[in-house]
Design a binder for this molecule. Structure first.
Ligand SMILES: Nc1ncnc2c1ncn2[C@@H]1O[C@H](COP(=O)(O)OP(=O)(O)OP(=O)(O)O)[C@@H](O)[C@H]1O
Length: 231
């Protein structure tokens, strides 16, 4: 697999995320995550888990407060710089995994090559292929995305997020549409990615098998972190 790459520390301070109408969706006074550690976020539906993950990834700009990854305060970045930061540093695994239907699985997993200088493309494509292999789709790289099942499509999206070799991985219910065996395998892969290669991992999950593999479990309710359990 890829060379170990140091994860980034996360620091969240006085974060408030509002809905367009002004409703408070998430409020986090302080959250520190050490570089290379892995965190699960759990809690009931509507607790603000996805909202927090969106704020951490810069997909949502908070009304106030800050999200700092390593040395980078997301609030100081322009929209273009924020997009570039997310593309280069954060592997996003979301439930709405948009694939290019007419492209093959490998072309989808390696889609970030489109943004890379020619010299770096083959390494990324190689990593994308390795991830497809690990996720059980190694033989199917040439098949069109629209020919895969929901769970398989999610695995292609996971390979795509990891192919860029990001120091940070943010995932929203990554095992939700997988069967138990594949969910457990992906859980182990994600935990190993953090444990063995030092990436920082934040995962929203209802899957207690996955949460149990991570260093720390945060519980959210009504937009706030109400419990913080270390291993
Ligand atoms: N753009 C928006 N406008 C208004 N309300 C919103 C908006 N986005 C999210 N919400 C609301 O904010 C609350 C938190 O949503 P969020 O998706 O973060 O919850 P969650 O904990 O991830 O839930 P689930 O487990 O069901 O995915 C919900 O009540 C949701 O309806």
């Amino acid at each position: 697999m890829a060379e170990p790459k140091a994860g980034l520390a996360l620091s969240v301070t006085d974060l408030i995320v509002l809905a367009p109408g002004g409703r408070r969706l998430a409020e986090v006074a302080a959250l520190q995550v050490a570089p290379g550690s892995s965190v699960a976020i759990r809690g009931p539906s509507g607790a603000g888990k996805t909202t927090l993950l969106h704020a951490l990834s810069g997909l949502v700009r908070p009304a106030s407060g800050g999200v700092v990854w390593g040395e980078t305060d997301l609030a100081t970045l322009s929209d273009t710089a924020l997009t570039r930061f997310r593309r280069d540093r954060i592997g996003l695994i979301f439930q709405d995994f948009l694939l290019f239907e007419e492209l093959g699985a490998l072309d989808n997993a390696a889609i970030a090559t489109a943004f890379l200088p020619r010299a770096q493309r083959s390494a990324l494509r190689h990593r994308a292929g390795e991830w497809l292999e690990r996720l059980g789709l190694g033989q199917d790289g040439a098949r069109r995305a629209d020919s895969f099942s929901g769970g398989e499509r999610q695995r292609i999206a996971v390979a795509r997020a990891l192919a860029n070799d990001p120091p940070v991985i943010l995932a929203d219910e990554p095992t939700a549409s997988l069967d138990r065996a594949n969910a457990d395998r992906l859980a182990e892969d994600l935990a190993a990615l953090s444990r063995d290669t030092g990436r920082t991992l934040v995962v929203v999950t209802h899957d207690m098998t996955l949460a149990a593999r991570l260093d720390r479990v945060l519980t959210m309710a009504e937009g706030r972190i109400v419990e913080d359990t270390h291993e």
